[in-house]
Design a protein around this ligand. Structure first.
Ligand SMILES: [Zn+2]
Length: 121
């Protein structure tokens, strides 16, 4: 039994076909877009599946919901997905913590009978 790097290739794959990362359909290796589901391939993969796009989405738009794109992305390794998920979770926790602190400060400021030690913002 010889272990070869190409052992798992089926005969079809030797004629420059590839598998769509999104739907698994067989497409030509030169296709920019999947002929079945229309998703971009290779360099045509949408920006929001790239690392910088995910960071942009997290910070500017989606917050923790960008985790969806992390896990759908064909460009990130499994390890990178976990690192992104952890980073987004931490960022979300930090923002929630800050908002909670702000809420407490506003309550203390505008609330009746303000505690003098909590009155200074
Ligand atoms: Zn597809």
């Amino acid at each position: 039994m010889e272990e070869s790097g190409t052992a798992s290739l089926t005969p079809q794959e030797s004629v420059a076909t590839t598998v769509c990362w999104a739907c698994g359909g067989m497409i030509s290796a030169e296709d920019f877009y999947c002929r079945f589901c229309g998703k971009g391939q290779g360099k045509k993969i949408h920006w929001y599946y790239k690392q910088w796009g995910i960071i942009l989405l997290t910070v500017l738009a989606l917050g923790p919901f960008s985790i969806i794109f992390v896990w759908k992305s064909p460009l990130l390794s499994r390890r990178a997905k976990w690192i992104n998920t952890a980073a987004i979770a931490l960022l979300t926790a930090y923002v929630v913590y800050k908002m909670y602190g702000l809420w407490l400060a506003l309550n203390a400021f505008f609330g009746p009978l303000t505690d003098p030690s909590a009155g200074m913002l």
